[in-house]
Structures are given as structure tokens and as C-alpha cells.
Design a protein around this ligand. Structure first.
Ligand code: PEP
Ligand code: MN
Length: 263
């Protein structure tokens, strides 16, 4: 069902006034984690002013160490929703477990599946019954075929609104956190009708690599990008090193508009 042989025309997902997978590029931006209300409000204001329509922020964080900040949980969802509503934005946030789908769906417009959960089959099967579009990140060691098969679980379960996101895969290279597989974008665009995004923040892990790779992803045909932004990245509770300053993000938006039409 993910294949272009099954459906020739691109899937376009309409949420409010935002069309994902349509003619215009969609930019999702915000902090890695929702940390405290003022932080999310400040960042939401910055990204909204730069023209963004979808705010990201994690309330349930899949951290490598159990001692790292794990997210604010439902309190974080409330903050994210309030910030988004104040600036007229949609909300995307990660769900880590199938038991959280119902609760998170009350706050979020799009459900994010993290790279580490791409092949959590009982979870992705349950997302077939979710009432919200699903943003499915590629697993850190997943082939494109495996990634599309995970999307197949969701579509075949009844939820046709799936967005794919290339977020970097693990290679032998150490100068970047992951290797953003840009070639996956044209490969998946040919194989599938689903919208394809890129996440240059997790894809590189390094602030000054995010902007060139964001531009490259759009030039390669991505339907959108997801970018981490923080007003005080030195004190961020997660992923500060890859978070753009608001000013840098605004410059990136200007550069993207040279390459493509942006919603
Ligand atoms: C994130 O978007 O903050 C995140 C944890 O992403 P990934 O699952 O791609 O690592
Ligand atoms: Mn992050």
C-alpha cells in the first residue's frame, strides 16, 4: 500500500491550512525537548515569526541513558499545545509506547515515531488505528525496504496518513553523529507516494552542518524538513549541540525560499 504501483498520485495530507506532500515545502521546527513553559513559548514565537506552521517538541524522550532528562510527559504536552495555539501552529510530538497514543492524540496534530521505535511492531500496528497522521522516522540501521515495510504496517492497519522522515543512519563515520542518507529521498519518492521529510539536526548532530544539509535535502526533493531550534542551546536539556539559534533558523528559512516554495 505504500508503493507507487498501488497508488500513483502523491499522498497529500491536509491538516488545517497545511498541506504535507503538496507543491510546497513544509518546515517543522522547535526544541528537541519541551523543558519549561517559557522556553517553549520563546522558541515557538521565533519559529512562527520565521514562517513555520508546525511546532515540534518532545515530551516523552527516548534517551540513550536512563539518567538523562526523560521529558515532562503530559505536562510537556500541555505546554506544547498552549505555545502552538498562541502562535497558530500545529503540534508534532513523539509517542514512545502504544499506551500513550490516545493521550498524546488529545494534544498533538501529528504523532512522531522515533528512529528507535520504527520496528516496534506492536506499536506501529496500533498506529494503524490512530486518528492522527504518523511521522515515521527511519531506524538508525534500517534499510529503505524495512522502513517502507514499517509504513506498510500503519497503512494496512487503516491509517493512510503516514509521512516518512530520513534522520540519518549509523555508518562508520565519526565526524557526524549520523550519516544523513540524502539518496534515500529520491529513492523513496520513486518507490512510494508518501511524503518524505529529512531531519538534518539528528542527521548530522552538529549545528553548523544543519543548514547546508537542510538545503541539500530540499534540493534533493524532500517534501519538508524537521529542524531543532533553541534560544539557549548551551543550556538545552537535550541536543543543544545540534540546535540552531533562532537567528540562524530565520536565515535558513530565507535560503530555503530560494530553492523551493515554502508553506
Ligand atoms: C527527536 O526528534 O527528538 C528524536 C529523538 O529523533 P530520532 O528518533 O530520529 O532520534
Ligand atoms: Mn533531538
Amino acid at each position: 500500500m505504500t508503493s507507487r504501483q498501488f497508488q500513483h498520485e502523491n499522498t497529500v495530507i491536509k491538516i488545517g491550512e497545511v498541506e504535507i506532500g503538496g507543491d510546497e515545502v513544509v518546515v517543522i521546527a522547535g526544541p528537541c525537548s519541551v523543558e519549561y513553559k517559557e522556553q517553549t513559548m520563546i522558541i515557538a514565537e521565533h519559529v512562527a515569526r520565521a514562517g513555520v506552521k508546525i511546532l515540534r517538541g518532545g515530551a516523552f524522550k527516548p534517551r540513550t541513558s536512563p539518567y538523562s532528562f526523560q521529558g515532562l510527559g503530559e505536562e510537556g504536552l500541555k505546554i506544547l499545545r498552549e505555545a502552538a495555539d498562541k502562535y497558530g501552529l500545529l503540534v508534532i510530538t513523539e509517542v514512545m509506547d502504544k499506551d500513550q497514543i490516545g493521550m498524546v492524540s488529545e494534544y498533538a496534530d501529528i504523532i512522531q515515531v522515533g528512529a528507535r521505535n520504527m520496528q516496534n511492531f506492536s506499536f506501529i500496528r496500533a498506529l494503524g488505528k490512530a486518528k492522527k497522521p504518523v511521522f515515521l522516522k527511519r531506524g538508525i540501521a534500517a534499510t529503505i525496504e524495512e522502513w517502507l515495510m514499517s509504513a506498510e504496517y500503519i497503512l494496512s492497519g487503516g491509517n493512510k496518513n503516514v509521512i516518512l522522515c530520513e534522520r540519518g543512519i549509523r555508518t562508520f563515520e565519526t565526524y557526524t553523529r549520523n550519516t544523513l542518507d540524502l539518496s534515500a529521498i529520491p529513492v523513496v519518492k520513486k518507490l512510494s507516494h508518501l511524503p518524505v521529510f529529512a531531519d538534518p539536526s539528528h542527521g548530522t548532530g552538529i549545528r553548523n552542518k544543519v543548514i547546508p544539509m537542510a538545503r541539500a535535502a530540499i534540493a534533493a526533493g524532500a517534501d519538508g524538513i524537521m529542524v531543532e531550534v533553541h534560544h539557549d542551546p548551551e543550556h538545552a536539556l537535550s541536543d543543544g549541540a545540534q540546535s540552531l539559534y533562532p537567528q540562524q533558523f530565520a536565515e535558513l528559512m530565507d535560503q530555503i525560499r530560494v530553492i523551493a516554495e515554502v508553506i
